[in-house]
Write a protein that binds this ligand. Structure first.
Ligand code: KG4
Ligand code: ZN
Length: 336
């Protein structure tokens, strides 16, 4: 049978990415142009700057993705694009580019939810079986998602304030780490110990929700208090204590969800799934409490924003003939 080749686009935040995916599970190319250096000095993503970068990068990304995959337009089955959630100006660049390619080459256009993309990055590890549970942890989202069937999502728990990645970025700033801080806090954490015992909000409560703003405040207060006393606290121990609090809650709530919703597979997805402490703790805890549940965590290069994951999710939508037309618009606050 003919192979299904999808040209996929991702531009929801600060990475411009274009990929070519075969049959939803094989990465032929995955070009990622990051803008992090342009946003660093502002301490976060500046939407106007992000949009301009996407415009500048996207055509080169398309050319590179196709040439690296050794694929030409006539070989393609469909074009796919993230249409939300994300920054409206950033999303629009990918949506416009994808629509243009689809129109010019008479290809179907598949709209993809960014969070579904993160979850379906797990398809590059192994075939998925439903129902499965996903822990979605990124800079904008922290939620437990039941995936009942192909492309069928329902949120069973979510953060009531900050997302986990957002908390990493905010406390990272206090430690003098530039945006995005997650990776460096993770590295420091492995050199320190949990000596501060920060609060584990909502842990042990009878719900599947999260809260990280109290932890963030406790962290900031601890550092400011020490500053006032002229004390120098160990950055490694601060990072280790913060990470232990985040990881404990993420793992505890996931275990709680698994007790209520029997599944065979757990997927950990989103930028924070790159976290070594989380990967280790989740794997160890499930091996002990749910040895029959398969823990699937995509390789680190596929946990952050990339177009390959959008192609994997699009392949599922393609099978359901879920297409968009030229009226497709960006939906900044898109949910499941
Ligand atoms: O999924 P993602 O690339 O973008 C969003 O959709 O939000 O996630 C980015 C987030 C940032 O907050 C970044 O600090 C965090 O993921 N992150 C990490 C690690 N690597 C990236 N957080 C903790 N540990 C890491 N190793
Ligand atoms: Zn993301």
């Amino acid at each position: 049978t003919k192979r299904e080749l999808i040209l996929s686009f991702e531009s929801s935040c600060d990475e411009t990415s274009v990929a070519v995916i075969e049959d939803g599970t094989k990465i032929l190319s995955n070009i990622i142009a990051t803008q992090i250096n342009s946003h660093k000095r502002f301490g976060g993503v500046v939407p106007e700057v992000a949009s301009r970068h996407h415009v500048e990068q996207i055509t080169d990304c398309i050319d590179l993705a196709l040439s690296q995959a050794k694929v030409d337009y006539p070989d393609l089955t469909a074009v796919a694009v993230t249409y939300g959630p994300g920054l409206v100006g950033s999303l629009l660049i990918g949506v416009t580019a994808a629509k243009t390619v689809a129109y010019a080459h008479h290809l179907p256009l598949v709209p993809v939810n960014h969070m579904a993309g993160h979850i379906y990055a797990a398809r590059f590890v192994k075939p998925l079986h439903y129902p499965l549970l996903a822990l979605m942890v990124s800079g904008g989202h922290t939620e437990l998602v039941m995936v009942k069937g192909p492309g069928e999502f329902s949120i069973i728990g979510e953060t009531r304030d900050d997302a986990a990645g957002e908390a990493y970025d905010k406390i990272g700033r206090v430690l003098g780490i530039t945006y995005p801080a997650g990776k460096e806090v993770d590295r420091l954490a492995h050199l320190g110990k949990d000596t501060f015992h920060f609060p584990r909000a909502m842990d042990g409560e009878d719900n599947l929700d999260f809260s990280f703003s109290g932890l963030k405040s406790a962290f900031i207060n601890t550092v400011h208090h020490a500053d006032q006393l002229g004390q120098q606290l160990s950055r490694e121990d601060l990072a280790a204590s913060f990470q232990a609090a985040v990881v404990d809650v993420l793992v505890d709530k996931t275990v709680q969800a698994l007790r209520q919703h029997p599944v065979d597979q757990l997927v950990v997805a989103g930028g924070v799934a790159a976290n070594q402490g989380l990967r280790e703790a989740m794997t160890a805890r499930l091996a002990k409490e749910f040895p029959n549940i398969d823990v699937i965590i995509p390789p680190v290069r596929l946990t952050g924003d990339n177009a390959a994951m959008i192609g994997a999710a699009a392949h599922i939508e393609l099978a359901k003939h879920h297409f968009a037309d030229e009226t497709l618009n960006a939906v900044p606050n898109l949910n499941f």
